[in-house]
Design a protein around this ligand. Structure first.
Ligand SMILES: [Zn+2]
Length: 296
């Protein structure tokens, strides 16, 4: 009699465990998906994005707001975030507000850019900074149609189709879509392929989760209405302290709706988006990069 009750209890416990098991499996699978982190560094009027997936670290631009008074802001941010090496640096175009970071090279870092080769030096109107040859690292030209794969993440270059000034002007900015699971981020440098998101990439660019807005974000817009109607982002990341309201207003006027607070600029400090490529999608503002440093 006593054993019978025990057996029933065991049976009930086993049933409960069996019922829990599938749920446990689902949670475990979701939990194993590494989080993609996209950091928008607050650098003043300069671009800098850290992308981290597991132990892969990629820097998209990393510029200096004022080349006359260079700072180590990018490097300091990376160190604070616990980044010890960079797998890749993507320079959208060779302007100093995007590329000063290449002065801090590492031997095994691959630097991608729209140019055939790294420019020897860059003159920004008042100061000349020696850039090439790279101190360390290897340069590769990125072309429309190139696909880079890092773990479960792909980066597809969608433009420009042709260069105007060998990668040295805003219109030559690399445009690429970073995809992780069902989440997509469109990076534009200083120029979106305004009226001409190449037809073959329309689907890839439509309804992206995040659009990195060209940082000269107020008139004249460096992303055209036609392109914005295709892209229809959920969130807009824009470096520099531009008028968030004007971007929202611009989009709203052409009936591309997203909430005002989904436009994130330097007014929001350093911004980090984390996603598992699926349901999980979190936006953190005014972050301390040290809070994202991996545990030792
Ligand atoms: Zn710029």
């Amino acid at each position: 009699m006593r054993m019978g009750r025990m057996a029933r209890r065991m049976a009930a416990l086993c049933l409960a465990l069996l019922l829990l098991l599938p749920v446990g499996f689902v949670c475990a699978e979701e939990g194993t998906q590494p989080l993609l982190e996209v950091h928008q560094m607050a650098l003043g009027i300069a671009d800098g994005y850290l992308i981290r997936l597991g132990d892969v670290n990629i820097l998209v631009d990393g510029g200096n707001a004022n080349p006359m008074a260079p700072t180590d802001a990018v490097v300091n941010y990376l160190r604070a975030a616990g980044v010890n090496r960079l797998d890749a640096v993507i320079i959208t175009h060779w302007h100093l507000d995007h590329c000063m970071c290449t002065l801090f090279g590492e031997s095994d870092t691959v630097v991608y850019s729209p140019a055939e080769r790294v420019p020897d030096s860059i003159f920004n109107g008042s100061v000349t900074v020696k850039i090439g040859p790279l101190v360390t690292g290897e340069h590769r030209q990125m072309h429309m149609g190139d696909v880079l794969i890092f773990g479960g993440m792909t980066i597809t270059c969608i433009g420009p189709e042709k260069l105007k000034q060998g990668g040295g002007c805003n219109q030559d900015s690399l445009n690429f879509v970073m995809q992780y699971g069902s989440r997509r981020f469109l990076f534009t440098g200083d120029f979106a392929q305004s009226n001409c998101i190449n037809q073959q990439y329309t689907e890839l660019c439509a309804y992206v989760d995040v659009l990195k807005f060209p940082h000269h974000g107020i008139e004249p817009y460096e992303i055209g209405k036609k392109a914005l109607r295709v892209v229809r982002p959920q969130y807009v990341l824009v470096p520099g302290v531009v008028n968030e309201h004007s971007i929202w207003n611009f989009a709203d006027n052409i009936v591309v709706k997203f909430p005002k607070e989904n436009v994130l600029s330097n007014a929001d400090g350093h911004v980090v988006i984390q996603t598992d490529g699926g349901e999980r999608f979190e936006v953190c503002v005014k972050v301390d990069p040290a809070d994202f440093a991996p545990a030792e």
